[in-house]
Write a protein that binds this ligand. Structure first.
Ligand SMILES: [Zn+2]
Length: 214
């Protein structure tokens, strides 16, 4: 893939975050890894989404060194890179403080698998422990706790999602917030009914093999 193409994709994915009410002002970011060069394209630090253009996207190598772009990469770059280094299957990472999902982060609760759409995310969305921002602590916690899931709630912080592309990780970020909102509403009125492992397995298979257009 041409890097210019990936910059365009990552830019568009970043714009999806405010469009879907997942971020406010400058918080939140999407990155994508180029399968050919291994370089990572990420949102610049402290830029509001409406100001962004594809040219603003920063290209970094796996050590975080800027190889293309004039701006400083997102403050969450180390976390994204840690995830890419330890998960060769991951080519997109998204971070948001989307409100319903982050309310589970504030309570230190995973999001239970009580909806068929939970299967898209691998079932229960696990909880990662508190980790300070910057450095590798958040990344380590994600890798230790995410398991088969495509998203994780980081205690007292927010959400990270992963995918086999920037677009897929972005879709997961939208899904997490939707699931968190419905689960929150359900929990106000009772105890959500958890899906069984076999119900989840059936749905996961369906999402992987039969969903969408061939
Ligand atoms: Zn954050």
């Amino acid at each position: 893939m041409l890097l210019a193409q990936l910059r365009e994709i990552v830019w568009k994915c970043n714009l999806e975050l405010p469009k879907n009410d997942l971020v406010k002002m400058t918080s939140g970011n999407v990155s994508g890894r180029d399968p050919d060069s291994g370089l990572v394209v990420i949102k610049p630090s402290g830029y509001s989404f409406e100001e962004l253009t594809p040219e603003h996207m920063v290209v970094v190598d796996m050590d975080g060194k800027v190889v293309q772009g004039n701006l400083k990469p997102s403050t969450d770059t180390d976390t994204h890179l840690y995830v890419y280094k330890h998960r060769p299957d991951v080519f997109g990472v998204v971070h948001t403080h989307s409100p319903y999902a982050s309310s589970f982060a504030a309570l230190g609760q995973p999001i239970p698998a009580c909806l068929t759409s939970s299967a898209m995310l691998g079932g229960e969305i696990p909880l990662g422990g508190y980790a300070p921002i910057g450095g590798e602590d958040i990344g380590q916690e994600i890798i230790d706790k995410i398991g088969r899931a495509r998203a994780i709630i980081m205690q007292n912080h927010g959400v990270f999602t992963i995918g086999d592309s920037a677009q897929q990780a972005t879709k997961m970020a939208v899904e997490v917030e939707e699931i968190a909102k419905i689960t929150h509403l359900a929990m106000l009125r009772g105890q959500p009914i958890l899906l069984t492992e076999s119900q989840l397995g059936y749905m996961m298979n369906l999402y992987q093999n039969d969903y969408g257009q061939r």
